[in-house]
Structure formats: structure tokens, C-alpha cells
Design a protein around this ligand. Structure first.
Ligand SMILES: [Cu+2]
Length: 125
């Protein structure tokens, strides 16, 4: 009787372990990749960090923290990715990296800000 109980416990433990293995860990996304969590600070007049590295089609959770005193945006050229943050505000947006490898220009699209230095790069490879 005791032996049967022990075997039953072992079987249940194995089933629980295999279920957990199939569940996927935190941060996993469909397709097997891992989501990228990045926080970018924006102020007059730069992004920190300016360069973001991602893999094609990767899920990116981008947090734009505006530490400046005027509104800024974070725009990725050749995509429709745009995040806008008012001064002192933090905005998080999830998007998918382009599926085509390449270097995509990042800028703040408010007049004059790009020229003042609010540029960066999204490098997809
Ligand atoms: Cu700006």
C-alpha cells in the first residue's frame, strides 16, 4: 500500500514537471525568441542609450522616459513605430522589430530636435 502511494506521488511529480517545462518562462514570446526590454531616456537633446540592438521580428518593450522639460518622441524610420512622452512622463509601448535586417534611424520628430542631436539607431541583425 505504501509502495503504491510512493509510485503515484512520483508519477504526479513527473507530470507537474513536464507541464511546467511546456509553459514557457517569463519573457518568452511566440516563435521562441525572447522579448527585449529597453528603457531609453530622452532629454534636450539626446537619447540614452541611442543605439538599440534587436533580432528580426523580436518583440521589444520600449520604455521612453522623458527626463527633459519639453515633449519628445522616439521614432524609428521606415516603420510606423512612434512613442511620444510629455516632459517628466514615462511611456511604455510594445512593438515588433522589423523582420528585415538592417540599420534603422531613430529620431525625435519634433521640429529641430533631430538636428540638435536626438538621433539613434535600431540595429536589426
Ligand atoms: Cu525631442
Amino acid at each position: 500500500m505504501l509502495q503504491r502511494t510512493l509510485i503515484l506521488c512520483a508519477v504526479l511529480a513527473l507530470m507537474a514537471a513536464s507541464l511546467a517545462a511546456c509553459g514557457g518562462g517569463a519573457g518568452s514570446v511566440p516563435g521562441g525568441g525572447t522579448a527585449l526590454d529597453v528603457t531609453v531616456s530622452a532629454n534636450e537633446f539626446k537619447f540614452d542609450p541611442a543605439t538599440i540592438n534587436a533580432t528580426p521580428g523580436q518583440t521589444i518593450n520600449l520604455t521612453l522616459r522623458n527626463t527633459g522639460s519639453i515633449q519628445h518622441t522616439w521614432v524609428v524610420s521606415r516603420t510606423n513605430i512612434k512613442i511620444t512622452a510629455d516632459p517628466g512622463k514615462t511611456v511604455t509601448q510594445t512593438f515588433t522589430a522589423p523582420t528585415a535586417a538592417g540599420t534603422y534611424e531613430i529620431m525625435c520628430d519634433i521640429a529641430g530636435h533631430k538636428e540638435a542631436g536626438m538621433v539613434g539607431q535600431l540595429i536589426v541583425k
